[in-house]
Write a protein that binds this ligand. Structure first.
Ligand SMILES: *[C@@H]1O[C@H](CO)[C@@H](O)[C@H](O)[C@H]1NC(C)=O
Ligand SMILES: *[C@@H]1O[C@H](CO)[C@@H](O)[C@H](O)[C@H]1NC(C)=O
Ligand SMILES: *[C@@H]1O[C@H](CO)[C@@H](O)[C@H](O)[C@H]1NC(C)=O
Length: 355
């Protein structure tokens, strides 16, 4: 939920974008040339999704659209922010392009194209049509970054449009959710890396590979959320009480099973300091962010804190997701990005709010 609109936060934003840019430059070739020997393991944890985790999959229903795209007006957007933000923006752009019959323009070297198969990005016209965005002077600006804005449903079909915002609501793509899930399936190399690591961690913890065991991913968003400017803006990150309550929630939910926790954070030392004495918890370290997200998404269930990274990991897991229910500081600038302070357009239906 990175939304730094105030000028005093400009420097932070620049820093984030630099970090983001550097991250993109890290080659993922190290993940190539592996084989699928662990696919059985994926099947154990995720029997329903294994059929759709082929990163090379093409989208048959989209092919007609791609072949006629030269006749379509473009839909454009500024892609700033990190992994979780980019995913919300891309999901929105994609569904608008479908519902309004437009051709979506993605940035050159688009970070998400390294992790996912994005049908539009593969199209030949991307480069030649990118300049069409420069001709659009007006911006369609969202009213809330973390709520559904129904004014976009009124946009005219077949009319070029340039969006400005974060579009962090699952309500934008309710009709297209299966398609978004298929697109946000990590490519084969990342799945290999993530499942290898998860398998290794669990075997180290004594996981029995049986249906009696439950694996819960835990994400703690800290780092930039603790910076003075971010706190003033209204960002909130929970203390250890929340994580302990969330862990207890899962232990109580599965009283007759062993519950394993796999924790990731951008401040893993803090988390280890607070939760290190708990049973059956492992702290992930030194992974690139998308590997952490992929590992968490392979878990049965997810504990998120605040922020979009944990949101996506939880959504991808398709399990029970526990979130920190005080997502923003009341009365803050950030609170106004939720329509009427309501978090229901952001938090996915059925997720469990704890404090
Ligand atoms: C894949 O893994 C299996 C089992 O470890 C091995 O026998 C096989 O040679 C590997 N294949 C490739 C292409 O690396
Ligand atoms: C969308 O259009 C309808 C019909 O023209 C109108 O009643 C409604 O207020 C519009 N919604 C928004 C959010 O602009
Ligand atoms: C964590 O935060 C909650 C809510 O702000 C507070 O009630 C609780 O005492 C805090 N716990 C610790 C260990 O600081």
């Amino acid at each position: 939920m990175i939304k730094f609109t105030k000028s005093k936060l400009g420097a932070l934003l620049l820093l984030f974008m630099t970090a983001c840019f550097l991250m993109q430059r890290i080659s993922i070739s190290q993940y190539q040339n592996r084989n699928n020997s662990n696919s059985v393991f994926l099947e154990i944890l995720h029997p329903t999704s294994v059929h759709s985790i082929n990163g090379q999959k093409k989208y048959e229903d989209l092919s007609p659209q791609l072949t006629t795209s030269e006749t379509k007006p473009v839909v454009c957007m500024i892609f700033n922010g990190r992994l979780g933000n980019l995913m919300f923006k891309y999901a929105f752009l994609h569904i608008v392009s479908k519902s309004k019959n437009l051709y979506p323009i993605l940035p050159e070297n688009f970070e998400l194209s390294r992790y996912f198969y994005l049908p539009e990005y593969e199209s030949q016209e991307q480069n030649s049509r990118r300049q069409d965005c420069d001709k659009i002077k007006e911006r369609e600006i969202e009213r809330w970054s973390c709520s559904y804005d129904d004014k976009f449903t009124n946009l005219t079909e077949n009319k070029a449009v340039y969006f400005h915002g974060y579009f962090q609501s699952w309500k934008y793509w309710t009709k297209y959710e299966d398609e978004i899930r298929e697109m946000f399936t990590f490519n084969a190399e990342i799945r290999e890396e993530a499942s290898d690591k998860l398998l290794h961690v669990l075997s180290e913890m004594g996981y029995a590979d049986s249906s009696d065991d439950v694996v819960v991913g835990l994400h703690s968003r800290r780092g930039d959320y603790l910076w003075k400017a971010a706190k003033e803006f209204g960002y909130v990150t929970p203390n250890e009480t929340y994580y302990l309550n969330a862990m207890a929630y899962f232990r109580n939910k599965f009283p007759n099973q062993r519950v394993f926790f796999i924790a990731a954070s951008n401040d893993i030392n803090w988390l280890r300091g607070k939760l290190g004495k708990e049973e059956n918890i492992y702290f992930l370290e030194n992974n690139l962010p998308f590997i952490d997200m992929a590992i968490l998404s392979l878990c049965h269930h997810v504990i998120m804190s605040s922020g979009t990274f944990g949101w996506w990991a939880g959504w991808m897991s398709r399990g029970t997701v526990v979130y920190y229910k005080h997502l923003y500081t009341p009365g803050s600038s950030f609170s106004t990005t939720f329509r009427g302070g309501d978090i229901g357009d952001f938090i996915y239906p059925g997720w469990i709010g704890l404090a």
